[in-house]
Design a protein around this ligand. Structure first.
Ligand code: TXA
Ligand code: MG
Length: 315
């Protein structure tokens, strides 16, 4: 299969929506990372997503919809969930909520769970494609399973070319780390730190969040220990480079590459996955990558989560 690169205009949106409605796979930009989209109401399209990524079938997908109104067709929202959705959607937040049975989502999307992960992205191209497709769109990050998430169309091509029908090129993703996943099917739980800082959710909910899941008993089943893995080995909290290392700097730690010279966590998140790929290329076959320490606050929690998984022992 030849993977088309579609432009970020009306023609690109129309073609992307047409392919999705035909049951084909189309990668498209969101403000967090590029998603690998397929019709979430079509078992065959959803199965193709798992195959294209090499993703284990027990790991459920996020359903993307254009609005809270459409989200309510597929999930049960109580007053608290509705308030959080109204505060943070569209945006980099995914809610895990009780699934509305028989609403038309393929059971492969939820991997048979009675909850569904649902998101309303803010990126104008994602919004336009979701509206034109008129279907819920299942979209994991558009990378082979276990590898670094894509924040540019070229990253998608590098990982999935020939396995998907098209990618819509919308330039670099602004947020750069995946959505925060908030479990609201029971006690509020932070299932994955991401583009909305946990502090902002705690302020909106008026309570501290439980941290859900772990590598052993993941509540978000994709939260396996090793993930985001580049080719080279990684060392964290490095203040300087050891021989043979490519150092990625932050703030006062000056590296070969820099997440943010001014120590800005928003800028660092936007650069993270691209620089992880660049560092991997620079490190080459024998090399290692070292990362400067990142403060554990705001978007720093999402950055440290991804770096921790990237550095974890590979299965
Ligand atoms: O920013 C994002 O969220 C991107 C863009 C494309 O929207 N998508 C993304 O999808 O990161 P993915 O598949 O790479 O990560 C989805 C995570 C996985 O860890 C999965 O286990 C979890 O969401 N998840 C999905 N459904 C769930 C459910 N019902 N309960 C708990 N976790 C769930
Ligand atoms: Mg992913």
């Amino acid at each position: 299969m030849h993977t088309l690169i579609l432009p970020q205009n009306n023609d690109g949106v129309t073609e992307a929506a047409r392919l999705l409605r035909q049951g084909q796979l189309v990668a498209f930009p969101t403000e967090t990372v590029y998603g690998l989209g397929g019709d979430a109401s079509d078992d065959r399209a959803v199965a193709m997503i798992f195959d294209a990524k090499g993703r284990p079938r027990f790991n459920p997908l996020i359903a993307h919809v254009p609005s809270l109104e459409v989200a309510e067709r597929y999930a049960h929202f109580d007053a608290r969930a509705r308030a959080v959705a109204e505060a943070f959607w569209p945006g980099p937040l995914t809610l895990v909520l009780p699934l509305r049975a028989h609403a038309g989502l393929s059971p492969l999307v939820t991997a048979g769970h009675d909850t569904v992960a649902i998101r309303v992205p803010a990126h104008p191209l994602a919004q336009a494609i979701l509206q034109a497709a008129g279907r819920p769109i299942a979209a994991p990050s558009a990378n082979p399973s276990g590898r670094v998430s894509p924040t540019r169309a070229q990253h998608v091509i590098d990982g999935l070319s020939g396995r998907i029908a098209a990618v819509v090129d919308g330039g670099a993703s602004a947020v750069g780390v995946e959505s925060t996943i908030l479990g609201l099917a029971g006690t509020p739980q932070l299932l994955r730190p991401g583009g909305i800082p946990a502090e902002a959710l705690e302020a909106a909910l008026g309570m501290a969040l439980e941290i859900g899941g772990s590598a052993e008993t993941p509540n978000a089943p994709g939260q396996l220990a090793s993930h985001y893995a580049p080719g080279a080995a990684l060392r964290l909290n490095a203040l300087s480079a050891e021989p043979g290392e490519v150092l990625v700097g932050f703030g006062s730690v000056v590296g070969d590459l820099t997440l943010s010279a001014s120590g800005d966590l928003v800028e660092a998140a936007a650069n993270l996955f691209h620089l992880l790929r660049e560092a991997d290329l620079l490190a080459g076959e024998q090399g290692r990558i070292a990362f400067a320490p990142i403060p554990q606050q705001g978007l720093g929690r999402a950055i440290n989560d991804r770096l921790g998984r990237a550095a974890a022992p590979r299965p």
